[in-house]
Structure formats: structure tokens, C-alpha cells
Design a protein around this ligand. Sequence first.
Ligand code: ADP
Ligand code: MG
Length: 275
Amino acid sequence: MLDHGLFVKAVSKSFHQNNQPVVMALDRVSLAVAAGEFVSILGPSGCGKSTLLDMVAGLSNPDEGDILLGKQSIVGKRGYVSYMPQSDLLFPWRTVLDNVIIPLQLQRIGIAEARKEALDLLPVFGLEKFAHSYPDMLSGGMRQRAALLRTYLCKRDLLLLDEPFGKLDALTKIQMQQWLLDIWEQFKPSVLFVTHDIDEAILLSDRIYLLSPRPGRLQAEIMVQLPRPRNPRITTNSAFARIKEKVYRYLENGLFNWEENRLHDTKQNVNIFRG
Ligand SMILES: Nc1ncnc2c1ncn2[C@@H]1O[C@H](COP(=O)(O)OP(=O)(O)O)[C@@H](O)[C@H]1O
Ligand SMILES: [Mg+2]
């Protein structure tokens, strides 16, 4: 269990060229994930979602702000969270089994033991028949499940998932969402999930942070008080529709207030509406 939660505190990030900031990706974004919570970041393409996850994973540093796991700053530190980046990064020359054991091998666990541990989990991830297949032979959904298993085997208390179903067709996506909901019920991991799909965010999450177009700013925090266990059919409920309607209202508000990327405009207040 994630003991003390994740806190992202007023994090800003710009990208530079020749020492000049050229793109402001994130502007003072704050968010939190508590133990056992499923939290989504919902925002349009290019608003800095992947940039934010990279920073939580310690792969890059914020310009301002802090990232805490419990009381400890994890800025620039790797190995504290399990991270599934946006592209699945499966090695084409390794079998599914040997792809998913990479995190175990990085922990210096011997190959036989690592394979045994992964083999035990393959059925949970619906991959038992594909242990010795190569990634090219898998469907999109299977590839994503393999990448998710590999991320799960990092065994950190917080899972960061960056648009894991973004490239799947609509029906496969629903199947994968159902599967993820079932896995979540079983293991109750703490999850920070990135998506640009409104239905997906509501279906999966306990809470949603809505980000504006670039530079990503916090537009709203929306509580999703729908009963669990859930399944994708809940998207047809009236309670679901009410939450969706609320998201649309915030989105419209964000779009009306959308300004061009202003690097020097640091005095703007972050508008936080509580859902
Ligand atoms: N390494 C980089 N160098 C320059 N610009 C970058 C870099 N990484 C991301 N960006 C820019 O920062 C913005 C946010 O990117 P990203 O975090 O990938 O957005 P999202 O994941 O929300 O689609 C985009 O405009 C993107 O082009
Ligand atoms: Mg992204």
C-alpha cells in the first residue's frame, strides 16, 4: 500500500532551446493521490500530461515546485513508482515472458525465478497462451496487457499509466477497461492514470483532475462517486451522465478562458473548481 500518498505541489515545466524557454508545458499544477485511490488526469493532447508523469517517475525535473511521496521529495529520483509510458516499449526481439520480466532482472532477480514469477501472473493478464510469442504477433490489447504486467512487476506502491488504451479501437478499449477495473478490484493499487477520454476517466476513477490546453493548468477536480465494482455499462447510467455533464461545463469554461501560451505570464491564478 502507498503509505502517505503522492503530492505534486505547484509544479511548472518549460522546455528550452539554446537556453531559451520555448514551450511552457505545465503551469503550477498541484495534485494528490491517496493510498488505494484511482486518480485520472484528463486533458487535451499537448497539455503536459506525459511531461508530468515523467517528472513523477524522476525522468525529468520540474522548474518549480516539488513532488513528494509521503514526506520525501522524489524529484529527480527513479525507482519509487511503477511507470507505463505512452508507448509500450516492448522489445521486439524478446518474447512476451522475457519482456515482462525486465523489471525483475533490473532488481537482479535470476532469470529462472523471474520467469516463474511472471508465468504465475500471465493468466491474470490474459497472456498465458502467449508467453513465448513475440510482441509483433500480439493484438493491440494484448500488447498493452503485456506492458501493464511489466509495469505491475516493478512492484512499486503507485502505478503511473499514460494513455494505456489510447490507440485501441473502441470495442477493444471497452474490453480492456473492464479488465483493468477487475484487476483494480483484485489488487486495489494506487493509480495515476492519464487519458484524454472523458468516459474513460469517469468510468475508472475515484477522482479526476481536469487540465487546460497547454500550458497545462488545473481547471477542476471532479469527484466520481459512482458505486464499485463498476463495469463499462455504467456509462449509460443517468448518474454517469450527470458527471459527464459537469466535465463538459468545466471544459467549456476552460476553452472560453483559453489563452495563448504565455511564458512570462506567471501571475495568473490557478482556477480550481471543486466538483
Ligand atoms: N523534450 C521536449 N522538448 C520540447 N518540447 C517538448 C518535449 N517534450 C514535450 N514537449 C512539448 O511539451 C508539451 C506537452 O507535451 P506532453 O507532456 O507530451 O503532452 P501530453 O502528454 O499532454 O499530450 C507539448 O507541446 C510538447 O510538444
Ligand atoms: Mg502524452
